[in-house]
Ligand binder design. Structure first.
Ligand code: C5P
Length: 306
């Protein structure tokens, strides 16, 4: 086998309920993950040594050394399979870098699946997801896709079956936000407010809206506990959120730890209109239209080169 390519989607958290800090330093979460049609493609090819290359928007911010989550994924799987991680990993970015849409986690999930296919590891997918959880809280969901409730650090997943298609617009910001910095700011703001932090729980109205395919109800129930922290670190995002709502979105929130802002549209046509108006508003770098839910990581059929 000469090379394997895996396509993997971005995620948005429809709900991100952040509880207290656990003894391991992570926060107890309830996260309603939703996979959307912005994709990275990861190709692995046998090589003399492990090497990462990257193309696409914002790749200047992607580490190409062993700090890259994809490189760490190859090393982890090779170790489990008792072999050397000698592959070239090429990442084509379609997911905003450091944008709160799990781009790095997606690349890790894709690399696990691509390397396992290349090396004929035959590792069962649930086992790949367990390995993925060692790399990052969002990695198992990037493999699973669809819509799912994550608990624990976000890595314990239960799928929420839905047949509806939801239309989204993502407003991309200049520069990224560091996930640990946003969690840290969340802790700081909570300490200042002095309010007790209860255990996180899924919002019943949101799950009902998902099952019913009701975009208006879903839009009214989107919630991200990290949003105040992201806005505190990046106050300009408030204007982006307002511009998308004024343009006809039925719901908005900061995606994960940000700075990407997500807007739910009632239909495809409105999504394109919202994207156009967001671009014209000057409150974001670019706007992308996408839909969800989409499946998780999958091996692409081999391209026949003429
Ligand atoms: O697991 P992942 O590598 O994606 O987490 C990145 C950072 O986000 C962690 O180092 C931590 O600061 C924060 N985090 C957290 N609680 C979680 C998930 C992430 O505090 N449940």
């Amino acid at each position: 086998m000469s090379s394997v390519t895996v396509s993997v989607p971005a995620k948005v958290n429809l709900q991100l309920a952040v509880g207290g800090v656990r003894p391991d330093g992570f926060h107890e979460l309830v996260s309603v993950f939703h996979a959307v049609s912005l994709y990275d493609e990861v190709t692995v090819t046998p090589a003399d040594r492990l090497e990462v290359t990257c193309e696409g928007e914002g790749v200047g911010d992607v580490p190409l050394d062993h700090n890259n989550l994809a490189a760490r994924a190859a090393i982890l799987l090779a170790d489990r399979l008792g072999r050397e991680p000698n592959v070239g990993i090429h990442i084509r970015k379609g997911i905003p870098v450091a944008g709160g849409m799990a781009g790095g986690s997606a690349d890790a999930a894709a690399t696990l699946l691509a390397c396992d296919t290349l090396w004929r590891g035959d590792t069962p997918r649930p086992m790949l997801r367990r390995l993925g959880a060692e790399l990052g809280s969002d990695v198992p969901f990037s493999d699973l896709g669809g819509t799912a409730i994550g608990t624990g650090r976000g890595e314990r997943l239960a799928s929420v079956p839905t047949t509806a298609r939801f239309h989204w617009v993502f407003a991309l910001a200049d520069g990224g936000l560091s996930t640990p910095a946003v969690y840290g700011e969340c802790d700081r703001l909570r300490e200042l407010a002095g309010e007790p932090v209860g255990p996180p729980a899924p919002r019943a109205e949101l799950i009902a809206a998902l099952r019913a395919g009701d975009a208006h109800a879903l839009g009214a129930n989107l919630v991200n506990d990290l949003q105040p922290a992201a806005l505190s670190l990046r106050p300009a995002l408030a204007a982006t959120l307002a511009a998308g709502m004024a343009a006809g979105a039925v719901g908005s929130l900061v995606s994960g730890s940000g700075p990407t802002c997500a807007f739910l549209a009632p239909d495809r046509e409105t999504a394109h209109l919202v994207a156009e108006r967001l671009t014209d508003s000057g409150t974001c770098r670019a706007a992308r239209v996408a839909f969800g839910a989409v499946p998780g990581a999958r091996v692409l059929p081999r391209r026949v080169v003429p």
